[in-house]
Design a protein around this ligand. Structure first.
Ligand code: C2O
Ligand code: CU
Ligand code: CU
Length: 476
């Protein structure tokens, strides 16, 4: 990737090739020792040009997750380029300051490409002063991986049941590195957390039982900070937390953990000793992949001797303009999107991905507002027990815009499942991805602005996406 800032004044060109950055740049920095791509930092209003040259043996295309940009710039799989070709992106950054990211998006092979390291952060810099900055403003990209006895990455290609569930690794990587501890000064930090895993969902919590202080979601700062005992973070989602280590004594430490939770029906629930566990040798193909919802330690912070700045969370972090749902053209009859499994295919309203196809219910008008309801489960016409056994969590994601969550209906959920996750949702602020647990129904409101054309929406469990749990929507 080479990138150019087109803000009128300076024209900086940076090169990023095979994870090597030539030249130093404030706008494009590497996380030392990481397999991840560069961190692109940019201000709202700036225009950039990014040249993506595909040196992979397979086709690929880069998607800018969370950004409001024209369809040709969004990395739709129809724009995938072959080995040796290049794609030139040029767009103006109009989104709110916040933590966004980029990753490949070719049809059917997004999962393996992201898994092998192709992803990076796209940070739109703050406009608010007084937040932790410099080394006190840190990304935490959480990913899981598995290795064989030769220390080579293992993926799910060979195992249909693992693919069905989505890839779950047994080792955690933070910021593309295996080192899971970090020294911190006795000061206040801001952590920009991205769940960059293919399929693993985290139930984030501090090991000392202190609350998580949440300051931002996918689309940037909240109006006010929120305290949470734990947070559910599904693949693709971002959340930013505030952490003050000022009271720590040297060598005091605290671990960011993922707590156990009940991820739903059979495949999730029985991963350990149940039905799926027993099939481990056969269907799962060798090593049991574990399951979504098992407890894991993620990252440990150890205080050192140095003092840092101690900061208070600003009373008002940002202004959030709420979209009035009654302004939606379909407020009385929201469109419904059922995510479920049908005859071993992951489908949305019974359909799988087609490069060009757009159904009537996937067409929207430019400059209108709509309410969409996402439902984890079929419309009642399903196949009973088999359908039920294959009910898994789905992180739903819509390209090209940010939306607001206006309702999370749990009436169709298993009480155990709900109780194990219920305090972990932030249905405030701007989002582009949200966790849809089995039986859950979530309503979002959004406006279709500025650009016409085809975008996609999909499950951000990347194996589900690759299996076709993805569709076009078209702004007309
Ligand atoms: Cu990060 Cu289409 O997604
Ligand atoms: Cu996206
Ligand atoms: Cu899914």
């Amino acid at each position: 990737v080479s990138m150019q800032l087109l803000d009128g004044k300076k024209t900086n060109v940076f090169h990023y090739e095979a994870k090597l950055i030539k030249g130093k740049a404030r706008n494009l920095s590497e996380i030392p020792g990481s397999y991840l791509g560069p961190v692109i930092k940019i201000k709202r209003g700036q225009k950039i040009r990014v040249i993506f040259k595909n040196n992979l043996p397979r086709e690929s295309i880069i998607h800018w997750h969370g950004l409001h940009i024209p369809p040709e710039m969004d990395g739709h799989p129809m724009h995938a380029i072959d080995n040796g070709e290049q794609y030139v992106y040029e767009f103006t950054v109009v989104d709110r300051p916040g933590t966004y990211w980029f990753h490949p998006h070719p049809d059917k092979i997004t999962g393996p490409q992201v898994y092998r390291g192709l992803a990076g952060l796209f940070i739109i810099e703050d406009e608010l002063k007084g937040l932790p900055s410099g080394e006190y403003d840190q990304p935490l990209v959480i990913q899981d991986r598995s290795f064989d006895s030769d220390n080579q990455l293992v993926y799910v290609e060979e195992s249909p049941m693992q693919r069905m569930q989505g890839f779950l690794g047994d080792q955690i990587f933070i910021n593309g590195k295996k080192n899971l501890t970090q020294n911190v000064n006795k000061g206040t930090y801001r952590f920009r957390i991205l769940n960059g895993s293919n399929a693993r969902i985290y139930k984030l919590a501090w090991s000392d039982g202190s609350e998580l202080k949440v300051i931002a979601t996918d689309g940037g700062l909240l109006e006010k900070s929120l305290n949470k005992p734990y947070l559910m973070l599904a693949p693709g989602e971002r959340v930013e937390i505030w952490k003050d280590f000022s009271d720590f004594k040297p060598n005091d430490n605290v671990t960011l953990e993922s707590l156990a939770f009940n991820s739903g029906t059979s495949m999730g629930r029985m991963g350990g000793g149940g039905m799926m566990g027993n099939m481990g040798g056969g269907m799962m193909g060798g090593n049991s992949p574990g399951r979504n919802g098992e407890a894991m330690e993620l990252y440990t912070f150890i205080a050192n001797e140095d003092k840092g700045k101690s900061l208070e969370i600003p009373q008002t972090l940002s202004q959030i303009k709420e979209i009035e749902p009654t302004k939606a053209v379909n407020y009385d009859s929201p469109k419904q999107f059922h995510f479920y499994n049908e005859r071993m295919n992951w489908v949305i309203n019974g359909e799988t991905f087609d490069m060009e196809e757009v159904a009537d219910w996937e067409k929207v008008k430019l400059s209108t507002t709509e309410v969409w309801q996402f439902i984890n489960g079929d419309d009642g016409s399903g196949m009973g027990m088999m359908q039920d056994m294959m009910q898994l969590p789905h992180p739903a994601h819509i390209h090209g815009l940010q939306f607001q969550i206006i309702e999370r209906d749990i009436s169709g959920m298993d009480a155990d499942v709900w109780n194990s996750v219920k305090d972990g949702f932030i249905d405030k602020g701007w989002q582009d991805t949200f966790l849809l647990m089995p039986g859950m129904k979530v309503k979002v409101v959004m406006s279709f602005r500025d650009f016409t054309g085809k975008y996609i929406y999909h499950c951000h469990n990347l194996e589900h996406e690759d299996m076709g749990m993805m569709r076009n929507y078209e702004v007309l």
